[in-house]
Design a protein around this ligand. Structure first.
Ligand code: ADP
Ligand code: MG
Length: 401
């Protein structure tokens, strides 16, 4: 058990909170505030507890140097709107200017530090950089589930120097994900899609030992269909993963897991939104055509039936090129089946979450993870460095006065 907010007395303490404010920007405005909203419960709690709140996040990929267009100012503005409260902002995350601003903070005030990735020490987890950050605060809280799979200075390094606890968002993510991974009620169904087998090998291998059904779709399914000997035309396939796909299918026969592949698919004459398309059986893809969607009616019916019987479902990766409307059929059908099912459903992966959002079904899912890479690492059965680094409940908090 990791320490959480309730284990710490925050009154009058300077609290460095790692949040995931890696939001999409356009014209210096935040275009989607989901991630900021997800951090509000922790921030509002710390304000109520009369802490002095220092927020830090990365934003985009500045490559270890200052990039004007990746400053946190638009985020500060949006956060102030959402909190209904002033948010102070500094143009650096360490150094004199920051120390001055921090020293002037009153209890209950919020200060947003500058993009942590303006320093190469962030990604390198440089102890000097971490030490300078930690020196600003008395306590550290990690609420950035989306960055918990990375061992960076703001997720791991600072915990060397400060008592470290999980924020509410991080805690909720861990609860939801461990509920399905450690104590799934069967039938337990995993749906795996996305472009490539190679991105998801470790997830598939780990899930093979846990789930009752593994429904495959998207580019991943193409490689498995190829391994069954089907002609895949111009479909995205990974020739070098065919042997692996074959051995996984053989393995599944010895285990009590059923790997389910598309029966019929939506094919296109080119990779384009306005391509000509038709539905064919998965073993009838003509030369020059490619499967862009595991969304034929027979596939949808079979997958929906399995989901209907499920008690626990995890879903990662769209079943087709859902960015093109006519190839979103399989993905939409899965989202709809999950929305209608009583199963405990957890969705991980940025594109999968976006697909559910696009289908307008976000509110009908049990849990949509805010972390793409982090949820994948969790499904792989691996420990997340940003979580491992936090204090266990047993250890005592050093005095900070
Ligand atoms: P997530 O972000 O949910 O983990 P991935 O990033 O693994 O999902 O995969 C999403 C991408 O996979 C999407 O951009 C989608 O267009 C692509 N994709 C899905 N099916 C296919 C396919 N049959 N051919 C090519 N690309 C595909
Ligand atoms: Mg993705």
């Amino acid at each position: 058990m990791k320490k959480t907010l309730k284990d710490i007395d925050f009154k009058g303490k300077k609290v460095l909170v790692r949040v995931d404010f890696n939001v999409p920007l356009a014209n210096n405005e935040v275009t989607d505030t989901t991630r900021i909203e997800a951090a509000l419960p922790t921030i509002e709690y710390l304000i109520r507890e009369e802490a002095q709140v220092l927020l830090i996040s990365h934003l985009g990929r500045p490559g270890g140097q200052v990039k004007e267009e990746l400053r946190m100012d638009p985020v500060a503005k949006e956060l102030a709107n959402l909190l209904g409260k002033a948010v102070l902002k500094v143009d650096d995350c360490i150094g004199e200017e920051v120390e001055k601003a921090v020293a002037g903070l009153e209890n209950g005030e919020v200060l947003l530090l500058e993009n942590s990735r303006f320093y190469p020490g962030e990604k390198a987890n440089d102890p000097e950089f971490a030490k300078q950050l930690a020196a600003l605060a008395d306590v550290y809280v990690n609420d950035a589930f989306g960055a918990a799979h990375r061992a960076h200075a703001t997720t791991v390094g600072v915990t060397e120097y400060l008592p470290a606890a999980a924020g509410f968002l991080l805690q909720r993510e861990l609860n939801e994900l461990s509920k399905v991974m450690d104590n799934p009620t069967s039938p337990f169904v995993a749906i795996m899609g996305g472009a490539k087998v190679s991105d998801k090998i470790d997830v598939i291998k780990n899930l093979m030992n846990k789930v009752d059904y593994l429904l495959l779709g998207g580019g991943i399914a193409n490689t498995f269909l190829l391994a069954k000997g089907y002609e895949m035309g111009d479909s995205l396939v990974e020739e070098d993963k065919v042997a692996l796909a074959r051995s996984l299918m053989e393995e599944s026969e010895k285990k009590s897991v059923e790997i389910v592949l598309p029966i019929d698919v939506v094919i296109a004459n080119e990779f384009a939104a306005d391509a000509e398309s038709k539905i064919v059986m998965a073993d009838q893809i003509p030369t020059g055509w490619q499967s862009l969607d595991s969304g034929g009616p027979k596939t949808i019916e079979k997958y929906s039936e399995i989901i209907k019987k499920a008690k626990t479902v995890i879903w990662n990766g769209p079943l087709g090129v859902f960015e093109f409307d006519q190839f979103a059929k399989g993905t939409d059908a899965i989202a709809k089946a999950l929305a209608e099912s009583n199963a405990h459903s957890v969705i991980g992966g940025g594109d999968s979450a976006a697909a559910v959002n696009k289908a307008g079904l976000t509110k009908r899912m049990s849990h949509i993870s805010t972390g793409g890479g982090a949820s994948l690492m969790f499904f792989e059965g691996k420990a997340l460095p940003g979580v491992e680094a936090l204090d266990d409940v047993e250890s005592s908090i050093p005095e900070n006065n």
